[in-house]
Design a protein around this ligand. Structure first.
Ligand code: HBI
Ligand code: FE
Length: 278
């Protein structure tokens, strides 16, 4: 009987499922990792009231996500599924675009199962558990946004076949990740990349430098974005119904139109742009 392979080898040998889904491994999180969640949760919870949109704050409270520690995805999924039919699946990090779109099209949100280290509190390149669960999941409690994200997943699969992924990922970036909503009380945040970031939560609403432009799908699809710094422009929707309705038309016409138009640099203003006051 050969010696049982050391854990590391058996773990590495674990076959990668084609949908990249893994166990969350909730029981394996240690005190330090729960403390990182607590610190980030408490810091954002102090900042977001009056800055995040009411739909986000309502989703966060209905999910029962608390400060005490890293939530159990299965428990959150039961609440989420009752609200909008979405579930969370644990993944080890960024997954290939087609895998990502397949999950979204089936109302499965892929959430990273590791959390950033204490020395990464203010910035990390790749989405971690805090970005995905605190940033994305609460908006999935909102019926219309939940429909939008599933429509985005279906659109993503089509975009892949049309070679138009870059255009469509800009739509994701400037809405799901960095979108702003216009309300009677002023601009509010719904983008996950912002609500999970201390610095950008303040910057996106208060700093005079970024351009805040009216939501416009072809304009968004032409606009490049940076992943390593605060955004130089944000796009502002009037409602989540407006966002969802924008996904109804077939994007093939946009892709054909835009194929002959130059990209726009982040922060650049065009004559036809409609800017929105913060
Ligand atoms: N994978 N786990 C994960 N999370 C994401 O947000 C993600 C991804 N893969 C690709 C991706 N996002 C973006 O390229 C989308 O625009 C497709
Ligand atoms: Fe994200």
């Amino acid at each position: 009987m050969s010696e049982a392979a050391p854990l590391a080898e058996t773990a590495a040998a674990a076959p990668q499922r084609s949908d990249y889904v893994v166990g969350q491994g909730w029981a394996a999180y240690d005190g330090r990792q729960h403390a990182v969640w607590r610190h980030l949760f408490e810091r954002q919870s102090r900042l977001l009231p009056g800055r995040a949109c009411s739909q986000y704050l309502d989703g966060l409270s209905r999910l029962g996500v608390a400060a005490d520690g890293i939530p159990d995805f299965a428990r959150l999924s039961d609440i989420l599924e009752r609200a909008t039919g979405w579930r969370i699946v644990a993944v080890p990090g960024l997954v290939p675009d087609d895998v990502f779109f397949h999950h979204l099209a089936a109302r499965r949100f892929p959430a990273t199962n590791w959390i950033r280290r204490p020395e990464q509190l203010d910035y990390l390149q790749e989405p971690d558990l805090f970005h995905d669960v605190f940033g994305h999941v609460p908006m999935l409690m909102h019926a219309v946004f939940a429909d939008y994200l599933q429509a985005y997943g279906k659109g993503g699969l089509k975009a892949l076949n049309l070679g138009a992924l870059q255009k469509l990922s800009r739509l994701y970036w400037y809405t799901v990740e960095f979108g702003l909503l216009r309300t009677g009380e002023g601009l509010r945040i719904y983008g996950s990349g912002i609500v999970s970031s201390y610095g950008e939560t303040l910057y996106c609403l208060e700093d005079p430098r970024p351009k805040r432009l009216a939501f416009d799908v072809p304009r968004i699809m032409r606009t490049r974005y940076r992943i390593d710094d605060f955004q130089e422009n944000y796009f502002v929707i009037d409602s989540f119904e407006q966002l969802f309705d924008a996904t109804r038309p077939d994007f093939t016409a946009y892709y054909r139109l835009l194929a002959h138009m130059a990209d726009i640099r982040p922060g650049e203003l065009l004559p036809g742009d409609r800017t929105i006051a913060a």
